[in-house]
Design a binder for this molecule. Structure first.
Ligand SMILES: Nc1ncnc2c1ncn2[C@@H]1O[C@H](COP(=O)(O)OS(=O)(=O)O)[C@@H](OP(=O)(O)O)[C@H]1O
Length: 227
């Protein structure tokens, strides 16, 4: 029995409006699929409370929707501590966007290709897209220098999307990666870029505190000092 999904966000906020629009689309476009009031369909996924995103299990439905992994058409880059996570999270509610839920770092990985055997290179590739480590670290590894292979690998790190959705990834570190712009331009010439810039002093303080948060004992001292 179908029930309407619930919008957990106030309707007078941006996030609430996006969530309502998405739910409306999901309810109309996928009537009969939603049978849990706490879940709704977003492109190729079923979404619920935070951390409960699932790929649609029905293979026929995925096929009908044209779900596959596509390379990004939009890349959010920099700056670190600029609010890029909030922007990504807001955008992820839009029904016509399929947005990564982790930072991908793939362009940075490519730009370090001369240093690719360094453990840091494989550390970048992780997450819900699971097999990404194997794609890069396994036999396909030597192929990453071929342009088509690069594009295929980049696509393999993206979430599933329908042909009607734009694929969005965000990795703030591309902002300080010298070769990333040219690598991206060669692979996806018409890719749109979104940058957030913040007063460098505010950003530096935010970054500094974020680093310190990794060290419990220092954090306490700093916050006492800062009052
Ligand atoms: N809407 C809005 N307006 C202004 N500032 C905002 C907004 N959303 C998030 N933030 C602040 O952005 C900081 C986190 O930035 P990022 O998500 O880019 O961090 S990261 O680089 O991905 O780690 C983090 O800063 P700090 O509070 O100094 O840690 C957030 O508070």
């Amino acid at each position: 029995q179908s029930e309407s999904p619930t919008n957990h966000f106030p309707n007078n906020t941006l996030i609430g409006k996006l969530a309502s629009a998405e739910i409306a689309t999901a309810s109309v476009g996928n009537a009969g699929i939603i049978n849990n009031p706490d879940r709704y369909i977003h492109g190729c996924y079923s979404k619920g409370p935070i951390g409960t995103v699932q790929l649609l299990l029905d293979q026929n439905k995925l096929k009908t929707l044209g779900c596959t992994r596509r390379s990004p058409q939009v890349v959010i880059f920099g700056v670190r501590k600029g609010g890029t996570t909030t922007l990504r999270d807001f955008l992820s509610f839009h029904p016509q966007l399929s947005v990564t839920d982790t930072e991908i770092h793939y362009l940075e990985f490519l730009s370090r290709k001369s240093d690719a055997r360094h453990p840091y290179a494989t550390k970048f590739l992780y997450g819900e897209r699971g097999n990404s480590v194997r794609v890069i670290g396994g036999e396909a590894y030597s192929n990453i220098f071929q342009p088509m292979e690069r594009l295929k690998t980049y696509a393999s790190l993206m979430p599933y999307s329908t042909p009607r959705q734009l694929v969005v990834e965000k990795t703030p570190k591309y902002f300080v990666c010298k070769n990333c712009p040219i690598l991206l331009h060669r692979m996806i010439p018409d890719c749109k870029l979104i940058a957030i810039l913040v007063d460098p002093v505010k950003r530096a303080i935010s970054d500094y505190l974020d680093i310190l948060r990794g060290y419990d004992h220092i954090e306490k001292i700093i916050f006492v000092v800062l009052g």
